[in-house]
Each structure stands twice: as structure tokens, then as C-alpha cells.
Design a protein around this ligand. Structure first.
Ligand code: F58
Length: 871
């Protein structure tokens, strides 16, 4: 096993042999991530032990006691588990603050060009473990806690995750924040500090029940409120045209409400660098002046009402299904955080510049989908109305400032606002949108004279039916760059969704394929694999994921393959324990773990997966001697609260599980489980323990997917369609290491165009017929034949996502999987090669591309200096 000991490996993270087999700990073995940083700082001598900054176990222990006593007013014997968690979190935060302050200082001094990422969602996941990895003090923290008789894992378990996002889009923003800091790019993430994040999912009788997410109830030690950074945001009212002293046309906005945005700052440290960037989330409060006004005329309760209404704006994250009506609050949320963000940028810029003419040189502002795209109109308003610029130069600055990322191809997901609603909430912005549109369409008509149809299609205002503002169009017109999130997605954007814009400005279009951070999604959640990789190829891969390439030759090494299987086996045991604990289903760690975790949506086709499970079940029932490899099919994911069909799919999974898991005839051969409340925190057992990753969306519907990357990076093989980033993953890992099935995006389009008749598949395929009939026979639903009828009839009569059209190819491909799994060495080889060739799916690579092609920003590394104890 000499190959396991890379030169220097023993002095890297892992002490070979010190593994904790099967105990499923967080990266205990990987604890010296960042040891270099710690070591250099340690060079400062006594600073190693400084109570605020020291990184030794002793310093951490004393700091913990200090925080428990002085910050929380407790001593160890009476401290609650939450007190202990908070004391450790505060201890770690102290260590971050030093980097954070130094970074801010450095960026300010050097007047760094700054990326501002505008996102309505950040799905951060728990901070503590991640920050321990980033600071390189995992082992030290564990030792410090042990010396106090405490268990680090139990403390980590206490943290409530900030679930300030719905799914992939919010998680991408969080991965990007991690990469920006790691790459030493000056950056600020702006968003909303929702008091209630994405709901917690409970399961009752197989149905999803939503539970309020009270993530702040026991305090959030990672944030620093900045009550002095308070910005006013106007809402509603009317506009008044007029002339200024110079006789120039000016518009005044007279709002009927003003709310105040308060900044809450969270440091986002980079891995093994001195940089710690800023995530600035805004909380809405009542504007004081308004309180006083009401108070003065004696309307005390009116003032309180006003306060409550204002605070509502940052109260709750919208799950992604809200009906069209009643979305006023959502528009207010979007405008609220965008206005705070831009005012903040202006404020910071004017600390060192005389005026705003260089705004676009100072900031590169990325719009994470259209949710912040009202920023285009808001920056125009700030420049023209508030800072007196003329329209033309203001428009030049605006377009050079913004860039827009699109995350969806589903036409129904493209955001629009009824003009009436938009004008009621943002009367001045509606005027600005009209003016942008007037000038834009003039240009269009100049380029394509007589093509009124084109002008109608491109217009920022959709005039068909109820007039509405097209937010994607506003984002396209107001940006210098537009990007999709995977190669196929970008091509389809150019060809379909944004075709007219592409024809107009082909040079504005870019592809930046998504990525995920290897810090959280490998080093933190998969200590066993981390240790094995590090022993084999050194520790460089955590910062430079292309280094994984060096594993390739080891795929041919039988001893290495055995080690690989041992690690995967331990991870599967840990996942099996989790499934039993949280879903009450006992599963065999030796079986093939076939996993689909993601939001529940028809286009993601969890129901196709279920049809396969029922097919297997029926095959086993019909032929008990059938030679099938034992399989555990695992699901997890939330359905939007108002998305009834998605909720029915969750019920279906539970119903099938209920029948399959108790049937003695299939015991040990097929198991089905649904893990409730899928989130960043509890994905940590899932990716490391998976064998097969289900990425089975209808081709042309999943913009990219990022779960697909997390699975492959943890050694799962993918069964998938040619959709989103699957296409590039397959190219990277090699087609022979990927289970491909299904219609292509073009085939999907032509099938639908030719008049798709799903019932034809039911009629032609006896196995499919048997499965669908079973769903409405009541045999899977305690005799209730009606329960799943809406789902089955929807498939037979409409099937907009071509589940039935892909059924046969999918089921046959699963047979291929079954065959491949029997070849243990071959499977392991493919698993190693998947990991070895996934380097390009690091979010570091994605961020480098944004920096090079879109933002034009350079790294500004901040040294990790020896700590200076305050004198
Ligand atoms: C996702 N979008 C895409 N939207 O579906 C996925 O393919 C892609 O990998 C990911 O973005 C990152 O690019 C997504 O997650 C949302 O959650 C929206 C949030 C706001 C309401 C509408 C849905």
C-alpha cells in the first residue's frame, strides 16, 4: 500500500491509520486542513495561545470557557447544550473576525474592484463545521472539547441551518461565496435576512407537512448586526415631475411608505487564505421618522401597525410556487434588498470617489436570476433622480455594472409582474422601465425596421392579456453579459427562451457551467474519502480540484480499489444508520444505494423513479427466483406547499415503501425509503453513501443541476438523461462510466410538436401497463384506488415531461446498472474515475470564469499575518 503514502502525505492532514472506521465522524481525520495557515500564524509565538485568535487546542479551550462565562453568563456545569454550541461558535467567530477586519481594511486601502452578488436566496448550511475546516482547526477544536468532557459532534448537531433558499439556486450562491473568498476575490453577497427560511418538512402518514423554520430562535452567533448601517427604502405613492434650479426635467418620488433596511453581516472565510468576505443580509424595520409622525398625532396603534407591516418584508422566504396573485410582498422583498444593496454600494463608493461616474469600474454586480433585476431600474433612479446624472451616461454606467445569470428554461418560471401591481409598489420604477423600453425598442426598430412582431417579442412589457413587466427582458437589456449555467442550457437559451436577444447581441452571451465547493461537499462531509485522497495525491485538490486527475492511474490498482470500497462501505453504513433513525427503515449497507435527492418536481421525474421501483417489485413478485442485485432506493426532497402533484408523489413514495418494505417475498432484495427534511445539514450522509445518482429530468428542463456534481464527486455513478450539466459530466467522466438513457432535448421538442400521445406507450408496453394499473388498483394505497388516479391520469392524458416516453429506456438502463454492479472491480474503477475526472465541477473554476469573462476582477490576497494581540 505504499502508493497510499504520497510524499508528505503523513505530514498533511491524515495520519494514516488514525481513521475512525465506520464511526461516521465529521472530518476528524482531515482535521489539519489549513494547518499551514495555522502554522504560519503560530510562528508569531504567543499568538498561538491568544484567547481571541489562538488556534491551539489550549487557546480554544480557554476561549470557550471565556465565551461561556463572559458572553453567555454561564459556567460549564449548568450550561445547556445550546450554550455550549454558542460558546464554541463565538470562539470560532472571534478567529474569523480578525481575518474579516483585515480583509475589509485591505480592500478599502487598495480600492479594490468588488464583485457584488445580488441574490434573493443563500442556502448556506451550518457554519460551524465548515468554518473549522476552513480555519484548519478541526482537530484542535475536537481536542479542546474533549478536554472539557464535550463531544464536538454533538455540538455541531445543535446548529440550526440558515435555510435562506429554496434549492439549487440558493445553494449555488452559497458555493460561490465560498469560492470567491477562497480565490481572494473582493466580494460582497447581498440578500435578505429572512426571519423564517425554507419550511422544515415533516412527514405524517406519508404526506408532507410544512413546519415553520425558526432558525433564529436560539440566536445566531455568526451574524453581526450593524444598526448604524440603516438605509431607507420607499414604497408606493406617486411621482411628481418638475424642474430643478438649472431648468432640467426632474422627477420626485413621493412614497406612501418608507421602510428601513438594517445590515446583518456574516463573515465568509476563504480556505487557507487570509481573506474573509462579507455576506450582508438586510432586515426590514419601520423607519423611525414614520413612527414619530404617527406618535405625534396620537396614533400610537397606527404607528405600531406600520412597524409590523414594515417588518413583514423580511419575514419569510417564498417557497417557489406562490400563485400569481398576492405576490405584492414578494415584489416588495425584491425591491427592498436591491435598493438597500445599491444604496450601500453608492455609500461605500462615495467614501473615496467624488461622484458616481466611475461606479461601474468599482463594482461588478451579478443578478442571480431575475429576482434582483429591478436593480436595473433602481440604479437608474439613484443615478438620475438622486444624484443628478443625465439619462445617457447613467444608462452607460448601469449597463456596464450589471450581468445576469439565468437559471431556468421552464417558461412558466420566467418572472413577470402585472403592470398595475408594479406601478402601485414602484411608481417611479415603472416610469423608468417604460423609458428604458421606449429607447430600447427605438433601437430595435432601427436595426430591424418594419419587424413589429420582433419588437413585440422583445418588449419589456408583455402586451398579451394582462400587461406585465418581463423581468428577464429588463435584466437582459440592462446587463452587459447574460449567462446560462450549463453548456446545453446556454445553447437552449440562445435558441429558444432568449433567442431574440441573442440575435440582437450575440456577444453578450456566455456559458458558465455551475460548480460546487469541494470544501463543504467533499472535505467536510466525507472525511473518509478526504483522507484516502489526501494520502494518495496530497492535499492540493481541496483548492485545486483538477488535481484529482492524479487519481486516474490508481483506478488500476487493486489495493487502492479495495481501500476505496472500504471507505464507501463505511459511508454506506453511516447512511444506513441515518435511514433507520430518520425514516425508520432498516436497509442493508451491502445493497446498491440508488439515490434521488432534490426538490420534488414533475420535470425532475421522481415519479419515473417510482415506476421503476414498482416494476422491480412486480418482477420479483412474479418470479421470486429472479436474479436481481439487492437495491435500496432512497428519496429526499421538499415539495412546494401549494404544488399538489409534487406532494402526491411524496405520498406515492411512502405508499410504495409501505408495501415493499414489509413484503417477506422481497426481503433483502428491494427497499424504499424517504428521508424527511432534506437540507444542507442532513445531506452530509447522503452524498458520501450513494452508489447511484439519479439525474433523470426531462431533457431540456434542468438548467444545470448541482446535486449531480455532489454525487459524482463522492464516487457515485450517474444514471441520467442528456440534460443540464449531465451532458458535461458524462463527457468529463467518460461515457463508459455513466448510465445514459432517454430522449434528447431536441427529441423531446419534436415529440411534443408532433402531438405526443402518452397512452400509446401504455398500450404498447405490458410492463408499464401493469405498473400504472397497479397504482390505481389500490394495492399500493391500502385499497384506495382513487388516491393516485390524478397522477396516473395526468401521465396517460398529458404527460408534459414525457415520463412514459422515457420509461422503457430508463428501466432497461437500470438493468444495465444491475449488471454493472455485479462487477465489483469494474464499478469501483468507474467510481474512482468519476471522482478523478470531476475537477472542473468545482465552483472555484466557475468563479474563475466569471472573473475572467464577465466581471474582470483580480484576486487581492490578504496575508495571514501573525496575530497581533491588541496592545
Ligand atoms: C436551479 N433553479 C435550477 N430555482 O433548477 C438548477 O438546474 C440549477 O442547477 C440551479 O438553479 C443553479 O443554477 C432554482 O433552484 C429556484 O429555486 C427558484 C427560487 C425562487 C423562486 C422560483 C424558483
Amino acid at each position: 500500500m505504499g502508493h497510499l503514502h504520497h510524499p508528505g502525505g503523513a505530514s498533511g492532514w491524515g495520519r494514516p491509520g488514525e481513521g475512525l472506521p465506520g464511526r461516521g465522524r465529521l472530518p476528524a481525520e482531515g482535521g489539519r486542513l489549513g494547518a499551514e495557515a495555522g502554522g504560519r500564524r503560530g510562528g508569531g509565538g504567543s499568538s498561538r495561545d491568544d484567547v481571541r485568535t489562538g488556534l491551539s487546542a489550549g487557546a480554544l479551550k480557554r476561549a470557550f470557557q471565556d465565551n461561556l462565562f463572559y458572553s453567555l453568563g454561564r459556567f460549564v456545569d449548568v450550561a445547556t447544550p445550546n450554550d455550549r454550541y454558542l460558546a464554541l461558535a463565538l470562539t470560532v467567530r472571534d478567529r474569523l473576525l480578525e481575518r474579516w477586519v483585515r480583509t475589509a481594511e485591505s480592500y478599502y486601502r487598495r480600492r479594490a474592484r468588488t464583485v457584488c452578488y445580488l441574490s434573493a436566496e443563500y442556502l448556506l448550511g451550518p457554519h460551524l463545521g465548515n468554518n473549522l475546516v476552513t480555519l484548519g482547526i478541526w482537530n484542535e477544536a475536537r481536542r479542546a472539547m474533549e478536554e472539557l468532557g464535550l463531544d464536538l459532534d454533538a455540538l455541531l448537531e445543535r446548529e440550526e441551518e440558515p435555510g435562506l433558499g429554496n434549492g439549487g439556486l440558493g445553494r449555488l450562491a452559497a458555493c460561490f461565496m465560498d469560492s470567491l473568498a477562497t480565490l481572494a476575490i473582493p466580494a460582497i453577497g447581498y440578500g435578505i435576512r429572512y426571519e423564517f427560511g425554507i419550511f422544515d418538512q415533516a412527514i405524517r402518514d406519508g404526506w408532507q407537512v410544512e413546519v415553520t423554520d425558526k432558525w433564529l430562535q436560539f440566536g445566531n452567533p455568526w451574524e453581526t448586526p450593524r444598526p448604524e448601517i440603516a438605509l431607507e427604502v420607499k414604497l408606493g405613492g406617486r411621482t411628481e415631475p418638475g424642474r430643478d434650479e438649472a431648468g432640467r426635467y426632474r422627477v420626485r418620488w413621493v412614497p406612501d411608505r418608507v421602510v428601513r433596511g438594517i445590515a446583518y453581516d456574516t463573515p465568509i472565510p476563504g480556505f487557507r487564505v487570509g481573506n474573509a468576505n462579507l455576506l450582508r443580509l438586510w432586515k426590514a424595520e419601520a423607519a423611525e421618522s414614520f413612527d414619530f409622525q404617527a406618535f405625534n398625532v396620537g396614533d400610537y396603534y397606527g404607528a405600531v401597525e406600520e412597524k409590523v407591516a414594515s417588518e413583514t418584508i423580511s419575514k419569510v422566504l417564498y417557497p417557489n410556487d406562490e400563485p400569481r396573485a398576492g405576490r405584492r410582498l414578494r415584489l416588495q422583498q425584491q425591491y427592498f434588498f436591491v435598493s438597500c444593496a445599491l444604496q450601500d454600494m453608492v455609500r461605500i463608493h462615495l467614501q473615496s470617489a467624488r461622484d458616481l461616474t466611475g461606479f461601474h469600474s468599482k463594482y461588478a454586480v451579478q443578478l442571480n436570476d431575475t429576482h434582483p433585476s429591478v436593480a436595473v431600474a433602481e440604479l437608474m433612479r439613484l443615478l438620475v433622480d438622486e444624484h443628478g446624472l443625465d439619462w445617457e451616461p447613467a444608462w452607460g454606467i448601469t449597463r456596464q455594472t450589471f450581468a445576469y445569470t439565468n437559471h431556468t428554461l421552464l417558461p412558466e418560471a420566467l418572472e413577470t409582474w402585472p403592470v398595475a401591481l408594479f406601478g402601485a409598489v414602484l411608481p417611479r420604477h415603472l416610469e423608468i422601465v417604460y423609458e428604458i423600453n421606449r429607447r430600447f425598442l427605438d433601437d430595435v426598430r432601427r436595426v430591424c425596421p418594419g419587424d413589429e412582431e420582433r419588437a413585440r417579442r422583445l418588449s419589456l412589457i408583455d402586451e398579451r392579456g394582462e400587461r406585465s413587466v418581463r423581468m428577464a427582458h429588463l435584466a437582459c437589456v440592462g446587463s452587459h453579459a447574460i449567462n446560462g449555467v450549463a453548456a446545453l442550457h446556454t445553447e437552449l437559451l440562445k435558441r429558444d427562451v432568449l433567442r431574440d436577444f441573442h440575435e440582437l447581441w450575440p456577444e453578450k452571451f456566455f456559458n458558465v457551467t455551475n460548480g460546487v465547493t469541494p470544501r463543504r461537499f467533499m472535505a467536510l462531509i466525507n472525511p473518509g474519502l478526504t483522507r484516502l485522497l489526501t494520502e494518495a495525491i496530497g492535499e492540493g485538490w481541496v483548492r485545486d480540484l483538477d488535481e484529482l486527475r492524479r487519481l486516474e492511474p490508481l483506478a488500476e490498482d487493486a489495493a487502492f480499489r479495495a481501500e476505496w470500497r472500504r471507505v464507501k462501505g463505511q459511508n454506506k453504513e453511516a447512511l444506513a444508520r441515518e435511514i433507520e433513525r430518520r425514516a425508520g427503515v432498516k436497509v442493508d449497507p451491502a445493497s446498491l444505494f440508488d439515490v434521488q435527492v432534490k426538490r420534488i418536481h414533475e420535470y425532475k421525474r421522481q415519479h419515473l423513479n417510482v415506476l421503476h421501483v414498482v416494476s422491480l417489485y412486480r418482477r420479483l413478485k412474479r418470479d421470486p427466483g429472479l436474479d436481481l442485485v439487492p437495491r435500496t432506493v432512497l428519496f429526499a426532497g421538499k415539495a412546494a406547499p401549494g404544488y399538489l402533484l409534487a406532494k402526491l408523489i411524496i405520498k406515492l413514495i411512502h405508499s410504495v415503501a409501505e408495501v415493499v418494505n414489509v413484503d417477506p417475498e422481497v426481503r433483502g432484495r428491494l427497499r424504499v425509503a424517504f428521508l424527511p427534511d432534506y437540507n444542507v445539514k442532513n445531506c452530509r450522509r447522503i452524498f458520501p453513501g450513494a452508489d447511484l445518482s439519479e439525474q433523470i429530468s426531462t431533457a431540456g428542463k434542468e438548467a444545470s443541476g448541482t446535486g449531480n456534481m455532489k454525487f459524482a464527486l463522492n464516487g457515485a455513478l450517474t444514471i441520467g438523461t442528456l440534460d443540464g450539466a449531465n451532458v458535461e459530466i458524462r463527457e468529463a467522466v467518460g461515457p463508459e462510466n455513466f448510465f445514459l438513457f432517454g430522449l434528447t432535448a431536441d427529441e423531446v421538442q419534436s415529440r411534443l410538436a408532433a402531438g405526443y400521445r402518452p397512452r400509446g406507450h401504455y398500450e404498447a408496453d405490458a410492463e408499464l401497463r401493469g405498473v400504472l394499473d397497479a397504482l390505481v388498483s389500490g394495492e399500493l394505497s391500502r385499497g384506495d384506488g382513487e388516491l393516485f388516479r390524478p397522477l396516473v391520469e395526468g401521465l396517460l392524458d398529458h404527460d408534459p415531461f414525457l415520463v412514459l416516453a422515457d420509461y422503457r429506456a430508463y428501466v432497461d438502463c437500470q438493468t444495465e446498472v444491475d449488471r454493472a454492479w455485479r462487477d465489483t472491480e469494474g464499478w469501483t474503477r468507474a467510481s474512482i474515475l468519476n471522482v478523478a475526472r470531476m475537477g472542473r465541477f468545482s465552483s472555484d473554476r466557475a468563479i474563475r470564469e466569471y472573473c475572467r469573462d464577465i466581471w474582470h476582477v483580480e484576486p487581492l490576497p490578504v496575508a495571514i499575518e501573525p496575530a497581533r494581540p491588541p496592545s
